[in-house]
Design a protein around this ligand. Structure first.
Ligand SMILES: Nc1ncnc2c1ncn2[C@@H]1O[C@H](COP(=O)(O)OP(=O)(O)OP(=O)(O)O)[C@@H](O)[C@H]1O
Length: 263
């Protein structure tokens, strides 16, 4: 397979509003991508197009070699893991479920359904907890975990179905510095040969070194898309974030500073 994803001149309109405009993007095998942009720049809408929740008004999208409109979306979605901060709300919906039950439910892409869980599924959940050093949470009620622990459990959960594409939508939002680093550490570990990441964030310092490519979005348009070192350029980021910025690198990790105070 040549492309994990491809967008060819894709636009998305809702009523009179153009939300995504003429997006062209090629995500090839062995690349790992981050998507950066301000609030309202179109990141979530882009993800919704990938997941097939929004159908493009113009252009063509292919996901894992499947052309939208000619494919079974339910089947395709099983190949895509999706972890969003909006999943945090499931911590209120979950009915006293234990961490391992939350993990195993990832196989069914729904919470609270355990009728068809096989011994192999439980073993897999155990091994996911083990390999991500989350075994200490086994037996604990999910809704009582810290935000950082919940995020790590939800990332582990998304791997139950062995997705080829894993979307992490702002996984560090609302976390303290230590929890954020723990989630980023886990992110590094889940990136693999057969797993391709789309990491959505507002913060370039969350781009771990395993992320190879970056797409910058501004007002629904691509500012730049390509190798990380080329795209994390002061001018391109200043345009994306609407404020003059500087980029500095520390141990292959980028950091952003605002050039002139805005307030
Ligand atoms: N169904 C819709 N109808 C009209 N406008 C919409 C719709 N969905 C999104 N928008 C608008 O499109 C723009 C992009 O929204 P989107 O949620 O994709 O941005 P985002 O980059 O994910 O923002 P954030 O970082 O705040 O999550 C916003 O201005 C939003 O109000």
């Amino acid at each position: 397979m040549e492309n994990i994803l491809s967008f060819n001149n894709v636009s998305l309109r809702k009523g009179a509003r153009t939300i995504l405009s003429d997006i062209s993007w090629k995500f090839r095998e062995n690349e790992q991508w981050a998507v950066l942009g301000l609030n309202g720049s179109g990141k979530t809408s882009l993800l919704n197009v990938i997941m097939g929740y929004h159908y493009p008004s113009d252009g063509e999208v292919t996901v894992l070699g499947n052309n939208f409109g000619k494919t079974n979306l339910q089947e395709l979605r099983k190949e895509i893991g999706f972890v969003s901060t909006s999943l945090d709300r499931f911590s209120q919906l979950t009915n006293n479920e234990k961490v391992e039950e939350i993990i195993v439910s990832g196989k069914f892409a729904s919470f609270g359904l355990y009728e068809n869980v096989s011994p192999m599924d439980w073993a897999k959940a155990d091994s996911l907890l083990d390999s991500f050093r989350l075994s200490y949470l086994k037996g604990k009620l999910f809704h009582l975990l810290s935000q950082g622990e919940k995020r790590r459990v939800l990332i582990a959960r998304s791997l139950m179905s062995d997705p080829k594409v894993l979307i992490l939508d702002e996984p560090c939002t609302g976390l303290d510095i230590l929890s954020r680093e723990e989630v980023l550490h886990l992110t590094k570990e889940v990136i693999g040969k057969d797993r391709h990441l789309i990491f959505v964030t507002h913060h370039i310092e969350e781009l771990v070194k395993e992320i190879t490519h970056v797409l910058l979005l501004h007002e629904g348009k691509v500012v730049a898309a390509g190798p990380k070192v080329d795209v994390l350029d002061a001018d391109l980021l200043s345009k994306t974030f609407e404020v003059p910025v500087k980029v500095r690198w520390e141990e292959e990790r980028p950091w952003l500073t605002i050039k002139t105070p805005v307030v």
